[in-house]
Design a protein around this ligand. Structure first.
Ligand code: BG6
Length: 518
């Protein structure tokens, strides 16, 4: 969606990809499958090499066999063409590396020169750090000191979240990276920005004459953003207990989605213009003044034991590597305001949680009701119009309108009209990581977070975290498998709103017109 989008279908520039953390979960579940899909679709030329890096020793054969297993398990394409697989896997090498020892980086440099020659690569280097953030700085320094940045091509650093723990730690991290890389060489991943339907928000907003004129506080009553998950903390208790839902999902994915909904149309669909507009939204977020204000706008919860689908689920405090007295939130819901002319007075309700009843990411835009006392409104309890953007796992949009009940006596009937993208035959949507790796390899940073976005998001989140740290008495417990604390409903009740059902679970009286086969 950028000016450079004429490049969308062009294959990535030849480069060596360095995967730090190559034996980890992210590489196995997301990065290897993404590279295979890109290759299969012709978006990676033959001029590339991938060097898997981790401490543990592994031969190239073992590494390629891991690669094969990961693709067969997690990729949207399977390995069904052995000749293609042979060609693809020949581009992969493994090197055991102690990231604290600069000599290893010198060896890596020598290997890189060989790979450049072998695959005719013009010295371009993309460093993907699937590592703990504490290692970003040390790895960057050793890349520089080991001569890895002296090739004739470009250098790009791709890093995973979390980018810091709060604003001061993020600033420190950024300062370290800036000693080695320029801002335009740093690609901070927020994988939600790589999701098809998150990118579609721009198209829906800016390519439809009937949404954009209504996209403001005169016509929109509220916006609801839900990122619900059924999983608990799985094996990530150690990380999660220090992070919590606010830092894990709020600071990044949720605020990023909010900015996509709220930003002004950029003057050009150019990466920097889009990011400038998103920053303006983050700067307009109303910061809660004191802890009382935080508590009246933000609800937090932690799951206790419960039941889902007949299965007994443990409470958060019973999970592995979680403190048995932990006050970490696994859920939060907030009422957020964007104090600018377009949005003044419109609440954005955002919520996320683990161990909720369904896995879904949805945005609901609720329009204001018709004026009272006119025609139908005075005789019927008219439901508001909704625009619903379904991001994950089902992709699509639907609008809810009011129409005459067929055959009825001027009775009004709510009708939901859905375009279910994931129901279409032949649609095999690229995974977020495919898009992002492809974008980074073309130098398009539109869907990566710029430092000013990250820092404003932390400023907003830090105020909430500070209030929570002072006193945890507002932490509510909710049963695993439920929709979270009741207080999250009250947040909307006060203004006469309620959370709309997600996952296409509409009220009974609604007629559905959909291309889905439900
Ligand atoms: C990650 C969080 O960023 O996003 C996880 O760290 C969360 O806790 C995940 O489960 C959700 O991503 P998705 O794409 O499955 O919605």
């Amino acid at each position: 969606m950028t000016d450079t989008n004429s490049l969308e279908h062009i294959s990535a520039e030849g480069a060596v990809y360095y995967l730090f953390g190559a034996t980890g979960d992210l590489a196995r579940r997301k990065l290897f499958p993404a590279l295979f899909s890109l290759y299969k679709e012709g978006k990676l030329s033959e001029h590339f090499a991938v060097v898997g890096l981790a401490r543990r020793p592994r031969t190239n054969e073992q590494f390629r066999s891991d690669l094969y297993d990961s693709i067969n398990e997690f990729c949207r394409y399977k390995v069904d063409d052995l000749e293609l697989w042979e060609r693809f896997s020949q581009h992969f090498e493994y090197m055991s590396l102690d990231i604290n020892n600069v000599d290893g980086f010198r060896e890596l440099n020598a290997l890189s020169t060989e790979l450049d020659k072998k695959f005719d690569i013009p010295g371009n280097r993309l460093f993907y750090l699937a590592l703990a953030p504490a290692l970003f700085g040390p790895v960057s320094f050793n890349l520089r000191d080991g001569g890895m940045l002296e090739s004739s091509g470009w250098n790009r650093l791709v890093i995973e979240k979390p980018f810091g723990y709060d604003l001061p730690s993020a600033q420190k991290l950024n300062e370290q990276l800036n000693q080695v890389f320029k801002e335009e060489e740093i690609f901070r991943i927020d994988h939600y920005l790589g999701k098809e339907m998150v990118q579609n928000i721009e198209v829906i907003r800016f390519a439809n004459a009937f949404f954009e004129p209504l996209w403001n506080n005169k016509h929109i009553a509220n916006v609801q953003i839900t990122l619900s998950e059924t999983v608990g903390v799985e094996e990530r208790g150690g990380y999660y207990d220090k992070s919590g839902a606010l830092r894990d999902m709020g600071q990044n994915h949720m605020l990023q989605m909010l900015t996509m909904i709220a930003m002004e149309p950029p003057s050009r669909l150019h990466g920097e213009d889009i990011r400038d507009e998103k920053v303006k939204v983050l700067r307009s977020l109303r910061g809660y003044g004191d802890s009382e204000e935080v508590r009246s706008h933000v609800v937090r919860g932690q799951y206790s034991e419960g039941n889902a689908g007949g299965k007994q689920l443990p409470g958060y405090r019973e999970e592995d590597s979680v403190d048995e007295n932990s006050t970490t939130e696994t859920y939060f819901a907030a009422k957020v305001f964007v104090d600018n002319f377009r949005w003044a007075g419109v609440p954005f309700y955002i919520r996320t949680g683990k161990r909720l009843p369904v896995k879904t990411t949805e945005v609901v835009v609720e329009f204001k009701g018709m004026p009272n006392n006119v025609l139908f409104a005075n005789r019927h309890d008219l439901a508001p119009n909704l625009l619903v953007i379904r991001v994950n796992p089902m992709e699509g949009i639907y609008i809810k309108v009011n129409a005459k009940k067929p055959g009825g006596d001027n009775e009004v009937q709510p009708v939901s009209m859905e375009f279910c993208q994931s129901c279409m035959i032949g649609i095999n949507t690229p995974e977020a990581y495919e898009r992002l790796i492809h974008d980074a390899s073309r130098g398009d940073s539109t869907y990566f977070t710029r430092w000013d976005e990250v820092s404003h998001a932390w400023s907003f989140v830090d105020r909430i975290a500070k209030a929570w740290k002072e006193d945890s008495s507002d932490l509510q417990h909710y049963a695993a498998g439920s929709w979270g604390p009741e207080a999250a409903n009250e947040l909307l009740d006060k203004e006469g709103f309620h959370w709309w059902p997600v996952n296409g679970q509409e009220e009974d009286n609604v007629i559905w017109i959909t291309n889905s086969r439900k």
